[in-house]
Structures are given as structure tokens and as C-alpha cells.
Design a protein around this ligand. Structure first.
Ligand SMILES: NC(=O)c1ccc[n+]([C@@H]2O[C@H](COP(=O)([O-])OP(=O)(O)OC[C@H]3O[C@@H](n4cnc5c(N)ncnc54)[C@H](O)[C@@H]3O)[C@@H](O)[C@H]2O)c1
Length: 241
């Protein structure tokens, strides 16, 4: 019997992370659901046959490496979804060094070293899919969330450079840029955000959480085997280029 395919999902207990766990498990992956909030990660795997919850702080690079390596011991690690994030918000002139560092340690450095740990295994397998969850804050300007936008904006550049380096090993790297989805993260948005969403989006409804999971599942599937280095906006047509 061949080794099970393993997917490692970070921020798995969150609004978008949990549907990603459910969808990848439904698609046949054994899912390692990692989150700094163990209760939330455990909640994400309730009634999911092929999933295990782990407590992980993405800001702790040694812990990230160890968790990814442990996941790779359980099967063929062929999918990594970098989804965890923190959401500092407030006027630019008040951003502290700690807030700036936290945003980058989780939303950027964490993605970088989780991908590095996963890539070491994927290169050995000759295949794999890394999906970085970016944000449409990569496009345009977003006041009051400058530290967040700076860190998330790196996801696209990281994706393209890594895809170029890992392509020869059969490892694909893509980015999904969500638009506006109703999760706890929306707390950082200003009054009037709902109206701004409808003014910005081509499609006049709110995005469903499972619609990010569906895009992740596609990029992790064999159907996407010729797609790498791309950023896919899943945003109801808010940002187009
Ligand atoms: N919701 C949106 O509208 C939206 C828009 C654009 C991008 N995104 C991106 O989608 C992703 C998921 O966001 P969400 O909306 O589900 O938010 P969320 O707050 O519901 O989930 C984030 C999860 O990350 C976890 N987390 C935070 N710090 C962590 C750490 N140090 N280590 C490990 N886990 C940690 C949290 O515990 C939480 O479960 C993020 O990368 C976010 O930037 C979301």
C-alpha cells in the first residue's frame, strides 16, 4: 500500500483554515491541522476521519520545522497551506516594533520557513504543492493595516521566486489572494467595510468560506499540475489585472 498523502495546514482553526482542513480531508489527504490555538485546531478536526490537530506557533521557526518533519513522517507530504495570520491594525504612526515584528514573524517568516521545511520533503518525493494565502491587500492601498499589508504583500513575490526555484523538482508554489470573507479577521476593517466590498466587487454577494477551500483544493490537486508561480484572486472580481 502506498503512503498516505499528507497536507499540512496552518491557521487551521480559523475561519478560512477549518474549511480548508475539511475540504482537503474530503479530497483524500491526511490533514495535519496546525494552529497556535489548540482548541480551535481540535475543533477543526472533529468528525474529520483523516486529520490530526497540533499546537504550533508559526513565529517559532524551530517548532515549525519540527512539526512539518513530524507530519512528513506520517506519509507523503505533498501539500502545505500557509494560512495562519495575525492582524495588527491602527494608524501607521502608532505601529509598534512588536506589532510590526509579530506581523512579519507569522505572516511572512513563518510562511518562508514552513515552505522550506516542506520543500525538503517534497524535493525528495519529486512533487508537491505549496499554497500561500496572501491577500488582495497586495493590490491597491489599505490604510490602518500597513504592517499587515506589508507582510501579506510579500506572499506573491515569495510565491513567484520559490516557484521558479522549485519547479525543476516538480514542486509547485501558488498564492491565493482572498478578498473579503466573513471571519474574525474582519474585526480590523473600518466602519462601512460592507459597503466598500459591494462597491469594489463585480459579484454582488459575500464570499463563502468554502470558496477559498475549493481554490486551495484545486491548487493541491493533480488538475493543477501545470500551474505554478501564480496568484489567484478569490475576491468576487474586486481586483483584476
Ligand atoms: N477573511 C478575510 O477576509 C481575508 C482576506 C484576505 C486574506 N485573508 C487571509 O486568510 C488567512 C486566514 O484568515 P482568516 O480570515 O481565516 O482569519 P482567522 O483569524 O479566522 O484565522 C487565523 C488563524 O491563524 C491562527 N494563528 C494566529 N497566529 C498564529 C501563529 N502565531 N501560529 C499559528 N497560528 C496562528 C489563529 O489562531 C487563527 O485560527 C490569513 O492568511 C489572512 O491573511 C483573509
Amino acid at each position: 500500500m502506498s503512503a498516505p498523502e499528507v497536507a499540512f495546514v496552518t491557521g487551521a482553526g480559523g475561519g478560512l483554515g477549518t474549511p480548508i482542513v475539511h475540504r482537503l480531508a474530503a479530497d483524500g489527504f491526511h490533514v495535519v491541522a496546525a494552529d497556535i490555538d489548540l482548541d480551535a485546531a481540535q475543533h477543526a478536526v472533529v468528525d474529520v476521519g483523516r486529520a490530526a490537530a497540533v499546537e504550533l506557533d508559526m513565529a517559532d521557526v524551530d517548532a515549525v520545522r519540527a512539526a512539518v518533519d513530524r507530519a512528513a513522517d506520517t506519509g507523503a507530504l505533498t501539500a502545505l497551506v500557509n494560512n495562519a495570520a495575525v492582524f495588527p491594525a491602527g494608524p501607521f504612526v502608532e505601529v509598534t516594533v512588536d506589532e510590526y515584528d509579530a506581523a512579519h514573524a507569522v505572516n511572512q517568516r513563518g510562511y518562508f520557513f514552513a515552505a522550506q521545511a516542506a520543500a525538503r520533503h517534497m524535493i525528495g518525493l519529486g512533487r508537491g504543492s505549496i499554497v500561500n494565502i496572501g491577500s488582495i491587500t497586495e493590490h491597491g492601498g489599505w490604510p490602518n493595516i500597513v504592517a499587515y499589508a506589508t507582510a501579506k504583500g510579500a506572499a506573491g513575490a515569495f510565491t513567484r521566486s520559490l516557484a521558479t526555484e522549485l519547479g525543476r523538482h516538480g514542486v509547485r508554489v501558488n498564492c491565493i489572494a482572498p478578498g473579503a470573507f466573513p471571519t474574525a479577521a474582519e474585526a480590523i476593517q473600518p466602519d462601512g467595510y460592507e459597503a466598500a466590498i459591494y462597491a469594489g466587487q463585480a459579484l454582488q454577494r459575500r464570499g463563502r468560506l468554502d470558496e477559498i477551500a475549493a481554490a486551495v483544493a484545486f491548487l493541491c490537486s493533480r488538475d493543477a499540475e501545470f500551474i505554478t508561480g501564480q496568484t489567484l484572486n478569490v475576491d468576487g472580481g474586486w481586483k483584476m489585472r
